[in-house]
Design a protein around this ligand. Structure first.
Ligand SMILES: N[C@@H](CCC(=O)N[C@@H](CS)C(=O)NCC(=O)O)C(=O)O
Length: 199
């Protein structure tokens, strides 16, 4: 596998899931700030021309949530995804896909965009984070309960980004403890260094 990344970006979670998987991978820095990813070669990997993106032989996948799902399924021995048929599978998929609602909630907050919560299909800021916090307040320690999964890379990464990156999210005691558990993971710590420098 090869990860296309740029330092100090949403590449963090791609590094994190790859470090959790514990398998070797290559990395290639994309200098999007200089517009360098707008090459036909990179466009073929990610038509959005954003980072991160991952290639695996002839396969290519972009969007962090999809990268997390892909890596978890590629290396089932790492135990990062409840397999089909497992009762936790439904909630696992729900929390992975919930990243879209969280991103929309961040945009809503930053842009001070008001919309009827009932009409906004992706939810509104308070309702989105109440749903996450209500689940974490059940004791966790992870979003699915006892078992850490790729969904924690997404939800933990979103709470970390919202509270420490964008600084628009106040964490409840339960979600602050959850983010602290995520940050304690050696794979997260390696990913944070990689996302800073690429080295
Ligand atoms: N929805 C994308 C978002 C990726 C994204 O916005 N990446 C930013 C860096 S954090 C980027 O590549 N920006 C450069 C650009 O948009 O040209 C994902 O989940 O991977």
């Amino acid at each position: 596998m090869k990860l296309y990344f740029a330092p100090r970006t949403r590449s963090l979670r791609a590094f994190w899931i790859l470090e959790e998987a514990g398998q070797p991978y290559e990395k290639e820095q994309v200098d999007f700030r200089a517009g360098k990813q707008s090459t036909p070669a990179y466009h073929a990997i990610n038509p959005m021309e954003k980072v991160p993106a991952l290639t695996d032989g002839e396969a290519a996948v972009a969007e962090v949530a999809a990268i997390c799902a892909y890596v978890a399924e590629r290396y089932p021995e790492a135990g990062l995804a409840p397999p089909p048929g497992d009762p936790k599978r439904g909630r696992y998929l729900q929390w992975l896909f919930f990243h879209a609602s969280i991103e929309a909630a961040f945009v809503q907050k930053v842009a001070k965009f008001e919309m009827s919560p009932a009409d906004a299909g992706l939810g509104d800021f308070d309702r989105v984070f109440n749903a996450v916090e209500e689940t974490l307040a059940q004791g966790g320690p992870w979003i699915l309960g006892e078992r850490f999964s790729a969904a924690d890379v997404m939800i933990g990464g979103d709470l970390y980004f919202g509270s420490e990156g964008l600084k628009i999210l106040s964490l409840t005691p339960a979600s602050a403890a959850y983010v602290a558990r995520c940050k304690d993971r050696p794979a997260f710590q390696r990913a944070r260094v990689l996302n800073q420098t690429g080295a």
